[in-house]
Write a protein that binds this ligand. Structure first.
Ligand code: OGA
Ligand code: MN
Length: 285
């Protein structure tokens, strides 16, 4: 099998063929995948039907994995609308409200001091229609900002706050009380330099509440304006899932959101999250 990389658009996304992630990836193929991931930022591996073990093993080649709570040793998180009884949960349930947050543009865990480098999402069960995931390129968006806007953003920090963001939707009861205690606001530079590519991107999205040193209203307005600009074509791609598909994104320079689908249908996804390498990152397993 030879690896084939088919770009989705000029800046964002590529479909990867010619690898079997369940069997493992050679070092040579991994190097190519790594380079493609840095360049295209979203990689789609169609119909891989990964086992949990293979999902964890492939994810670990990118770095240590992020856990949801400091006590947890779980490497995979279950993002599904199916309850413990095997039935689709009610739309008003805490679990459904928790998932609803994923429908708003965000990058994962920007509310952690060391935000994760990547997300790797595997589809187990998909609704017949809808339920796509969209991705948006904050590198391409930064590049297109006016010189004035770029100058304004230089040195700005935003406060990222999970509790604030999720409280706008509800579903906090779904979060374990231990985990809730571990969630506090953190600051992130709005513009960051990618450690592997040297390109600039923006860290924004739904957890970004306001700007340090600005009034909450003004900061929030700027953050929403930047987000609105980022998620315009041609900086957005959508992935329509088939069961078994796996998608890896660079969480530092990509926003994502899930699209609506019939809440009577099951949508079962499993995510691994690749943590920042910093030695003091206590969220890394
Ligand atoms: C995620 C996420 C969106 C989706 O897995 O982090 O936000 O479409 N998913 O499920
Ligand atoms: Mn997410």
């Amino acid at each position: 099998m030879t690896l084939r990389i088919e770009p989705r658009n000029a800046t964002l996304g590529a479909d990867i063929y010619g690898v079997n992630l369940n069997k493992g990836v050679s070092d040579a193929d991994f190097q190519e995948i790594w380079r493609a991931w840095l360049e295209h930022a979203v990689l789609v591996f169609p119909e891989q039907h990964l086992t949990e073990e293979a999902q964890v093993a492939f994810s670990r080649r990118f770095g240590r994995l992020e856990r949801m709570t400091l006590k947890s040793t779980k490497e995979i998180i279950d993002l599904s609308n199916v309850g413990r009884d095997g039935r689709v949960v009610d739309a008003a349930s805490a679990q459904a409200l928790f998932l609803e947050g994923n429908a708003i543009w965000h990058a994962d865990s920007t509310f952690r001091t060391y935000m994760p480098k990547a997300g790797f999402l595997v589809a187990r069960q998909c609704p017949a229609t809808g339920g796509e995931t969209e991705f948006s390129d904050t590198r391409a968006a930064y590049d297109m900002l006016s010189p004035d806007r770029k100058a304004l953003l230089e040195g700005l920090e935003a406060v990222h706050d999970y509790v604030w963001a999720q409280s706008l939707i509800g579903g906090m009861e779904f979060i374990h009380p231990d985990a809730r205690k571990e969630m506090y606001p953190v600051t992130q530079s709005v513009v960051q330099v990618h450690p592997d590519t040297g390109r600039k991107h923006m860290v924004i999205g739904r957890y970004a509440s306001h700007i340090v040193g600005w009034s909450v209203e003004e900061g929030r307005a700027l953050l929403r304006e930047l987000e609105e600009f980022t998620v315009q074509p041609p900086r957005v791609i959508a992935h329509a899932w088939k069961p078994g598909d796996a998608v890896l994104w660079d969480n530092r320079c990509v926003l994502h959101r899930g699209r609506p689908f019939s809440l009577a249908e099951a949508r079962v996804m499993r995510r691994t999250t690749i943590a920042d390498d910093h030695p003091e990152n206590v969220w890394a397993l």
